[in-house]
Design a protein around this ligand. Structure first.
Ligand code: NDP
Ligand code: OXD
Length: 309
């Protein structure tokens, strides 16, 4: 068996070593132009050329949950694409989102500013009932995040493509459910995959439908958000602010207004990191299952290429 690696912006060495330890008899190598045809590819944001040359692949494993970078490429229709299925990401995402929601709700940003100014002052307690949190996307990450938020007793709403039932979460679905979902949400969390249907979904129209004082937490992809629309709504007072982990251009360019905006918190695409050991174990387990004759359709994380996620 031969497994080829193309991990843009990631040091491949520990990955190659981890896979070699998992498959001592296999050829594990970094992809380069003209490489020998491999059975499997393990990738992050690879170039088109990999798929033009590697025409014997039995599976492509993405070392992230989002496959939007792969969706832009031309891959043979019969090659299964498999994304990470949690692999330690959902608990990190729950931590990040709960932190962002609680920081905003409890005004800890204001307390940080007061402390920096040596000021001892109290803010009036706010009611959770006034801060319903709406999670867009109730998949592996969104569902875990929604459940975590219910533990802090926020009213939690969720929106997905197909109808879902999550205990303690008021669920909406499809384009018919979107307006009611937005109208009942104050803190909006985006955990959608980036597809042609969801691109630019956080725009002037949708963000204006949130309850007054709306707040945005985008942890999915920068392409979901129209930056200028959100800044205009924050500056007009319609929205209270945002916590953003993902951007149209990453790293976020130095001149981008998000950096210095007093009501916007920026983090460097770090809300749920790919954990190498968990990810190697998950992908190696799937390759073993496939080599043992398992039906790929039964493995979690197989991407529906038509839907794009
Ligand atoms: P899943 O595929 O498990 O879940 C996607 C969810 O979005 C599903 O509930 C799906 O609905 C819903 N959805 C998709 N399209 C639509 C639509 N058009 N309308 C309404 N709902 C829709 O993905 P994950 O939870 O694993 O990951 C979500 C995204 O998070 C990734 O695609 C990635 O972009 C981002 N991410 C960001 C990270 C970071 O560090 N910032 C780390 C990891 C992921 P249905 O259930 O009906 O199919
Ligand atoms: C992912 C990511 O999709 O890191 O896993 O954003």
């Amino acid at each position: 068996m031969r497994i080829t690696f193309c991990l843009t912006d990631t040091n491949p060495l520990p990955w190659l070593q981890g896979f070699q330890a998992a498959f001592p008899d296999a050829v594990i190598e970094e992809w380069a132009r003209g490489s020998t045809p491999a059975d499997y590819a393990v990738v992050w944001a690879p170039p088109q050329q990999l798929f033009d040359e590697q025409t014997a692949l039995k599976g492509v494993f993405n070392i992230g949950a989002g496959v939007d970078a792969l969706a832009k490429l031309r891959l043979a229709a019969n090659v299964p694409v498999v994304r990470l299925d949690d692999a330690g990401m959902s608990v990190q995402m729950a931590e990040y989102v709960c932190h962002a929601v609680i920081r905003h709700f409890r005004e800890f940003d204001g307390y940080e500013a007061d402390a920096a100014a040596g000021k001892w002052s109290y803010r009036k307690p706010r009611s959770r009932e006034d801060f319903p949190v709406g999670v867009m996307g109730l998949g592996v990450l969104g569902e875990r995040v929604s459940r975590a938020l219910t533990q802090f007793e926020f009213p939690v709403l969720g929106w997905s493509r197909s109808a879902k039932a999550v205990e303690g979460v008021r669920c909406f679905s499809g384009s018919d459910g979107l307006n009611d979902f937005l109208a009942a949400t104050r803190i909006l969390v985006c955990l959608l995959p980036l597809t042609p249907e969801t691109e630019n979904i956080l725009n002037r129209d949708t963000l204006s439908r949130l309850l007054p004082g709306g707040y945005v937490v985008n942890v999915a992809r920068g392409g979901h958000l129209i930056d200028e629309d959100m800044i205009a709504l924050i500056d007009s007072g319609r929205l209270a602010g945002a916590t953003l982990d993902v951007f149209r251009t990453e790293p976020l360019p130095a001149a981008h207004p998000f950096w210095k905006h007093p009501k916007i918190t920026v983090t460097p695409h770090t809300s749920a990191r790919t954990l190498r050991d968990e990810s190697i174990a998950q992908i190696a387990g799937k390759i073993r299952a496939l080599e043992g004759g398992a039906d790929i359709g039964n493995l979690p994380g197989v991407v529906d290429r038509k839907k794009g996620y």
